[in-house]
Design a protein around this ligand. Structure first.
Ligand code: 5AD
Ligand code: SF4
Length: 458
């Protein structure tokens, strides 16, 4: 039987016969984990002889790596795929592929097959190894192919990863989720939790550090339950300490942590390790114990606050960010006010808030919901307004202070570049583009409700 590597060679041989190398365009929707999968798929395409382009119109193959977490993420994908129809008409040789979380759902894959005839290849989150074969068949047989398996065959070590950045790297340390929060599609589209061996994670990070990467983002749907199910005995804080021990001029971040697995040992490790950013993204989802229970979050607000208070007792400035869902089925205004209370109490440096979106196949999709969308939208506006006031006030603590900032982009403000401080706050400075990719000390001179501004001093 041919392996995926054989199919890589077969496609490459076809592409080598062309006068100029064909080009691939890939866009990942959704979370960092999906973006990280996209880097592996791009790696496969490069191995198969494709060049990479950021211009959709010049591409010989277009891949959309999709997200299923909320309905609006799915609508975006359908919109983009619809727009490809005329490109396919102009160039019938163009290959269009859809992959990722959305495609792992049968009803969606079927809808795509039925409605979007321009799509040649469909594969889910478990079928990366199948992709070269699917592509070979699409090129040679000119037939449309759909491959949605639930067998996990991927081996991280084997992949050539084409990273989107030369100074920030994402490293998945685990994949999948066992928590089954009642609103969430992830366990259905990414399967059960699987942690990578620590030696494999550490080797990858050593290589990244040697190549000069300045920031390593450890990824997982539930990073802080890392280690469960592995033969070796290791827990997440221990992995963090080992990574911290690797030589190199880099900082460590990780995302996302589940409050039920956030221990004092985790906080002590963050504080005790010089390379770890003093910031924790700790999704709250709701400030109401009644709603947390219906969400199957497996913690109470009191337990959540215990971990926040512990971190703040060690470092009063410890930075927290969070995710919040507004309008879970039958959430009342009283429940929402409890969320507001926690938001005011914790003083997050940033919140990512979402109106609840019903996901077919999840437990919460069966719950009746009497709360109107208008009410949910109004609560959302209230929350955002409160957070703007909190950030405006809370960011002032940085005025005059020196923060370490990794600059990663040009700013919308003319002549400025922007980056993230260790606290995960946007910082802008007047500087040349050549500073992008460098970590600098910045003295904060101005604060807004969404960012800080300052002068680079070193
Ligand atoms: N509706 C709205 N938001 C959701 N999230 C996950 N599932 C849903 C849903 N069905 C949010 C959660 C999670 C973040 C990644 O997306 O807040 O932490
Ligand atoms: Fe979207 Fe979740 Fe899949 Fe990430 S894991 S792409 S958030 S559905």
């Amino acid at each position: 039987m041919l392996t995926y590597k054989d199919y890589i060679s077969k496609v490459k041989n076809i592409n080598l016969k062309r006068e100029t190398p064909p080009l691939c365009y890939l866009h990942s929707f959704g979370c960092q984990q999906n973006v990280s999968d996209g880097e592996k798929i791009t790696g496969l395409l490069v191995d198969m002889g494709y060049g990479v382009t950021g211009d959709l119109r010049s591409a010989d193959i277009i891949i959309y790596n999709t997200c299923a977490v909320r309905e609006n993420a799915e609508m975006k994908v359908f919109g983009c795929v619809g727009e490809l129809k005329h490109l396919k008409e102009q160039n019938p040789e163009l290959i269009i592929g859809l992959c990722g979380c959305m495609m792992q759902q049968k009803h969606i894959a079927e809808k795509v097959q039925k409605t979007y005839k321009q799509v040649d290849i469909i594969f889910g989150t478990f079928a990366l190894n199948e992709f070269p074969k699917l592509l070979f068949e699409a090129i040679t047989n000119k037939k449309r192919i759909c491959e949605i398996t639930e067998n996990y065959t991927e081996n991280q070590e084997e992949y050539n990863i084409v990273r989107n950045s030369s100074f920030k790297a994402s490293v998945p340390i685990m994949n999948g989720c066992n928590n089954f929060c009642s609103y969430c599609i992830v366990p259905y589209v990414r399967g059960r939790e699987r942690s990578r061996n620590s030696s494999s994670v550490l080797n990858e990070i050593k290589q990244l550090a040697d190549s000069g990467y300045k920031e390593i983002m450890l990824l997982g749907q539930n990073v802080n339950s890392y280690g469960r199910g592995l033969d070796e005995k290791i827990i997440f804080p221990e992995l963090l300490r080992k990574i911290n021990g690797i030589d190199g001029d880099f900082k460590i971040r990780f995302m996302s942590s589940h409050p039920k697995d956030a221990t004092q040992e985790l906080i002590d490790t963050i504080i005790g390790c010089d390379k770890i950013c003093k910031h924790l993204h700790l999704p709250l989802q709701s400030g109401s114990n009644r709603i947390l229970k219906a969400m199957n979050r497996q913690y109470t607000i009191e337990q959540y606050m215990e971990i926040v208070n512990y971190a703040r007792s060690k470092i009063p400035d410890f930075s927290f960010t969070t995710d919040i869902i507004i309008g879970f089925p039958n959430e009342t205004y009283e429940d929402f006010l409890q969320t507001m209370q926690i938001v005011r109490q914790v003083k997050y440096d940033n919140i990512y808030s979402f109106i609840y979106s019903k996901r077919e196949g999840t437990k919460a999709a069966e719950f009746e919901d009497f709360t109107s969308f208008e009410d949910k939208s109004r609560w959302m506006r209230e929350l955002l307004q409160a957070q703007r006031e909190i950030s405006t006030e809370h960011y002032k603590r940085f005025n005059g202070r020196i923060l370490s900032v990794l600059f990663d982009a040009e700013s919308k403000t003319e002549g400025y570049i922007s980056g993230k401080s260790d606290e995960f706050i946007i910082v802008e400075s007047k500087a040349d583009k050549t500073v992008i990719g460098q970590r600098k000390s910045v003295k904060i001179t101005r604060t807004f409700n969404w960012a800080l501004q300052g002068e680079i001093i070193d």
